[in-house]
Design a protein around this ligand. Structure first.
Ligand SMILES: Nc1ncnc2c1ncn2[C@@H]1O[C@H](COP(=O)(O)OP(=O)(O)O)[C@@H](O)[C@H]1O
Ligand SMILES: [Mg+2]
Length: 489
């Protein structure tokens, strides 16, 4: 204490309050280009990043051709990969930016973080060549590695514009054998299905070429759509397809059931998909396609957001979650940032799934029994739309030794699970006649032709009004909720 100079103190303080700045150099290390490959992409995801880039760079007035080739050898070290496109290419003055990690994206629909190409290349193997030419350039630019400072060569090529990327020393085994190849092709077909429609003029080819002999398999990727079996129409239709909207985001949710057996496929006039198809029936294949900008970024999305754990009982559940706006992908585009928008969206979807009883497949595929529809009707009659005060279930009618399904403020409601016929109108009329009710409701899924005539006859002759209503109009025919299922069990 005694050593402190009371005069020096304020001066020292003043000096400290304006921080002194300094500059440092942050070294640009080429190792980054290798490290970017240590990500969660599998081969399909990595190749997809490169396909995304080509699609984003397509020239809309021209047919786009993207050719992916895997070169195989028994000497595995010789395995190679290439991807070629006839898209707009990267002009020499933009090449540095295209290689710079995290540099602003080219703005195409599927570009996002400025990392995709670098991450994909390093995850597949070692770049041996990037050859690219923009229309109007006199020569193509060729570089042989990524780095912060690289030299390239001017190369004369036959094509006017396009890009070729060649990679050696593949980290992952390329798909070999017919089953794995088919799987690779079918997942690409499912992933890019919205881009592979006939009028989109985009063709993706995948070649599998042997370096040891002349064998070559060349395949055009066909679009693959999820197949549904609608429980009511028994057609290839989803059960629900609706927009869901949150505070700052919009999405579209489609959900349905997979066909269960050969008979269902036969009804749809379709062949049962092979095991390699992303929509073949199995526990790992259940769930939703997460879609971003028209491309499936993740297949079979289910747990932990929509169910706690994957289970065989959800096998039939499938659909699409199209994340339209307000969402962000992680820097590897095979995952979404789990921000507020995403969590809110998942909550809403989980709610729809639970409320509509879509998780309990055995029961929801059957019609709800009469008891369930009657209970639902009671709720609706007591609710804000009808505001009935006295609602009695199975009201006894001693004069006829029968029961009225629901009696609400002196109006009888009869429910017919099967199609209603003229005779059912008469049964209702019987209660109305004996107990002196003026109006009654007959509620059914459909009405046979005799019904209308009987209703008219009763009105003319007895002045009793019978109103017909469908399950749909009353909103009592939806899937059973888990709670209802428990009750009927
Ligand atoms: N096949 C291609 N054709 C034309 N331009 C490409 C191609 N691949 C990459 N590019 C260019 O390189 C840039 C960087 O690509 P990438 O590392 O995948 O990041 P991002 O796609 O997020 O911008 C792209 O924005 C695009 O301008
Ligand atoms: Mg990209």
């Amino acid at each position: 204490m005694a050593l402190r100079s009371s005069k020096a103190k304020p001066a020292a303080r003043k000096k400290d309050s304006t921080p002194r700045s300094f500059e440092i150099e942050v070294p640009r290390n080429d190792a980054l280009f290798r490290e970017l490959g240590r990500n969660s992409y599998d081969l399909l995801d990595a190749v997809s990043e490169l396909i995304d880039n080509a699609i984003a760079a397509r020239i809309s007035s021209k047919a786009t051709k993207i050719v992916v080739t895997f070169f195989y050898s028994k000497t595995k070290k010789r395995n190679r990969f290439s991807i070629e496109d006839n898209c707009c290419g990267i002009s020499r003055n933009k090449l540095g930016e295209a290689i710079s990690p995290g540099h602003g994206s080219g703005g195409g629909t599927l570009n996002e973080h400025g990392l995709g190409m670098k991450q994909a290349v390093a995850s597949i193997g070692n770049l041996t060549r990037l050859l690219t030419k923009a229309d109007g350039e006199t020569s193509a630019s060729e570089i042989k590695k990524f780095g912060w400072s690289i030299s390239g060569s001017e190369v004369h090529v036959q094509f006017r514009h396009g890009t070729v990327i060649e990679i050696a020393d593949l980290h992952a085994e390329p798909p070999d054998g017919p089953e794995r190849r088919r799987k690779f092709l079918q997942y690409l077909g499912a992933r890019y299905r919205r881009f592979l429609l006939p009028d989109s003029k985009i063709a993706i080819w995948v070649n599998f070429e042997s370096l040891d002999d002349d064998s070559k398999h060349s395949n055009m990727v066909e679009p693959i759509q999820p197949i549904y079996f609608n429980t009511r129409s028994r057609t290839n239709r989803e059960e629900i397809s609706e927009d869901i909207i949150g505070k700052n985001w919009t999405a579209h949710f489609t959900v349905g059931f997979a066909p269960e057996d050969e008979a269902h496929y036969a009804q749809l006039g379709l062949r049962k998909p092979e095991r390699s198809n992303p929509y073949s029936l199995s526990t790992p294949n259940a769930g939703f396609d997460l879609i971003r900008k028209d491309r499936v970024i993740k297949f079979h999305f289910l747990e932990p957001y929509l169910v706690d754990t994957r289970h065989g009982q959800y096998n039939l559940l499938r659909g699409e979650i199209d994340l339209i706006s307000g969402f962000h992908t992680a820097i590897t585009k095979n995952a979404m940032l789990t921000d507020e928008a995403f969590e809110e969206c998942m909550d809403k979807i989980r709610n729809i799934i639970e409320k509509r009883g879509l998780l309990s497949r055995k029961f929801n595929r059957e019609k709800p029994p009469e008891s369930v529809m009657r209970d639902r009707l009671v709720k609706i009659l007591k609710g804000p739309a009808h505001q009935k005060r006295s609602v009695v279930i199975e009201a006894p009618t001693s004069v006829l030794d029968g029961h009225i399904d629901v009696l609400a403020d002196d109006v009888p409601y009869e429910i017919k699970v099967d199609d209603a016929a003229g005779i059912d109108v008469y049964q209702l009329f019987g209660y109305m006649d004996m107990l002196d009710y003026k109006t009654g409701y007959l509620i059914a899924n459909r009405f046979k032709p005799s019904v209308a005539g009987v209703v008219e006859h009763i009105w003319k002759k007895h002045k009793k009004k019978i109103i017909l209503g469908t399950f749909e109009e009353f909103g009592i025919d939806g899937y059973m909720t888990d709670e209802e299922i428990k009750r009927v069990r």
